[in-house]
Write a protein of this length. Structure first.
Length: 462
């Protein structure tokens, strides 16, 4: 394991450099300290030595500290930088923080403050490197293609086990079933399966919520027809588009019963016929399907065919809720901060150290989608230095007050509505409160998204 204790001090003033090195050696004896007086040598030194931390003077001939900071962040992202500055350069130092410096220190300040900051930075780098080390070791020992999982950040053993399982079953001709609540990363796992199975081939996806049987068959198989003038009119189906790649069908629990027969037939025969055509074409793609519902429960309720269920359950991955992944929270927040900052062209604020522990008791009903939304909101409300934590605190407060709220009384009209009318009214209210977001509305109603989707479709038919 790499120990984060090597520090490079950079300053063109040799006497100050010597004094600083002696002081830090005394105050942070566990660190190994090197010095560099020539700003042109810094990148070479970083290439040769593995430095956890660089203390950079701002004003130097050849390369300024600010310039060097940019180069270090780009080429050595695992090395942290502390800016050491004179009183008259504090504005520049603050700008450096926005560009990724860990902290800054004014030369006239108390050196024991600097020692404290240095220790904290070494601790942070140590934790980061430890995580990378564990992940690398675990994955390289057990996985042939760890890169296929680059899109899935985790250090939870349950998920790392799922990586191994996915690698083992990715090439099986049987479909893969991914089960998990909304926002648990089902589509990311489907993408990893694609990376393993056939990265050069297409990844085609279809959400089955609210789909009817005719549309399902048309979407998958396509259609061939002839215009009155004899010209051929063709609609290409997804089975053709997917080629030898992956066809990802999400919300499989919402598939109508008659379409389930079609899907089973396609999986079993490994061939399809476009509507209006007599020819059959081979199916070469891998089927990956996902669901938020418990298919067995749907099966018992007569809403999901047993034969399809058993076919789909051959290879199954269950993804845990975010609340069951405490080890990942801090890392995911950092990941979403970087994503948000890039998307909004803002500088990435730092995650406060006490934020992740505060979120450990929070339930995250929307899983990673919810965390991502909170972080994007927080980044947009931040000053570019430290992450604004109000979106997180507001969610926790709202959650607690919902838990504690006494039940509101429903006031019924004089003549009672029928059950069907009441059902419809509840659904309408939930959809309106969630701006027509079916996933969120289903959560409020305490039913699965596919069950809601079915009810909505039924409502439209009447
Ligand atoms: N382990 C992970 N590391 C980083 N980002 C992730 C991870 N898992 C999921 N995400 C991100 O979180 C968001 C939700 O993930 P995803 O869409 O895969 O969930 P899902 O289970 O398919 O959701 P739904 O059922 O609502 O479609 C996406 O933006 C995705 O990129």
């Amino acid at each position: 394991m790499k120990l984060a204790r090597n520090i490079l001090l950079v300053d063109d003033e040799a006497s100050w450099l010597r004094t600083l090195a002696v002081t830090l050696n005394r105050l942070v004896p566990e660190a190994e300290i090197d010095t560099c007086v020539d700003s042109r040598q810094v990148l070479n030194r970083l290439q040769v030595g593995d430095y956890a931390l660089v203390l950079l003077d701002l004003t130097m001939p050849f390369h300024s500290g600010e310039e060097l900071l940019g180069m270090i962040r780009a080429e050595h992202p695992n090395t942290r930088v502390i800016i050491v500055t004179g009183v008259n350069e504090v504005d520049t130092a603050v700008r450096c923080i926005k560009h990724g410096a860990y902290d800054y220190f004014i030369k006239t300040d108390n050196v024991s403050d600097l020692a404290h900051t240095v220790r904290r930075a070494l601790e942070v780098v140590g934790l980061e490197r430890n995580y990378l080390h564990i992940k690398e070791r675990f994955l390289s020992r057990t996985l042939d293609n760890p890169k296929a999982f680059n899109n899935i950040l985790t250090c939870e053993p349950v998920l790392l086990d799922q990586f191994r399982y996915l690698e083992a079953v990715a090439f099986s001709p049987e479909p893969l079933l991914i089960h998990g609540e909304s926002g648990t990363g089902k589509s990311e796992f489907a993408r990893s399966c694609h990376q393993l199975f056939s990265p050069e081939q297409p990844f085609v996806s279809l959400n089955l919520a609210g789909i009817n049987s005719d549309t399902f068959e048309l979407k998958l198989c396509g259609r061939l027809s002839h215009k009155p003038n004899g010209e051929v009119d063709a609609v290409t189906g997804m089975l053709h588009q997917a080629g030898s790649g992956v066809l990802y069908l999400s919300e499989i629990g919402a598939l109508p019963l008659s379409a389930q027969i079609t899907l089973l037939e396609l999986i079993e025969s490994r061939s399809y016929s476009p509507q209006g055509s007599d020819s059959r074409f081979p199916i070469k793609c891998k089927f990956v399907v996902s669901t938020q519902d418990d298919l067995l429960t749907l099966n018992k309720a007569g809403e999901f065919r047993s034969d399809l269920l058993y076919r789909l359950r051959a290879h199954k991955i269950r993804l845990p809720r975010l609340a069951e992944r405490p080890l990942d929270i801090a890392m995911l927040i950092n990941h979403f901060i970087a994503e948000a900052a890039e998307e909004m062209s803002l500088s990435a604020p730092q995650q406060p150290r006490d934020l992740a522990p505060k979120l450990l008791d929070y339930d995250f009903p929307g899983n990673l989608n919810e965390l991502k939304g909170m972080v994007f909101d927080a980044v947009s409300r931040s000053d570019g230095v430290t992450l604004n934590i109000s979106p997180f605190m507001e969610a926790i407060k709202e959650h607690k007050s919902l838990d504690a709220a006494p039940g509101d009384h429903i006031i019924f009209p004089k003549s009672l509505p029928t059950l069907a009318q009441m059902n419809q009214a509840l659904i309408d209210e939930a959809m309106s409160r969630t701006a027509n977001n079916q996933t969120a509305a289903a959560q409020i109603l305490g039913i699965s998204q596919s069950a809601l989707s079915r009810r909505l479709t039924k409502g439209q038919e009447h």
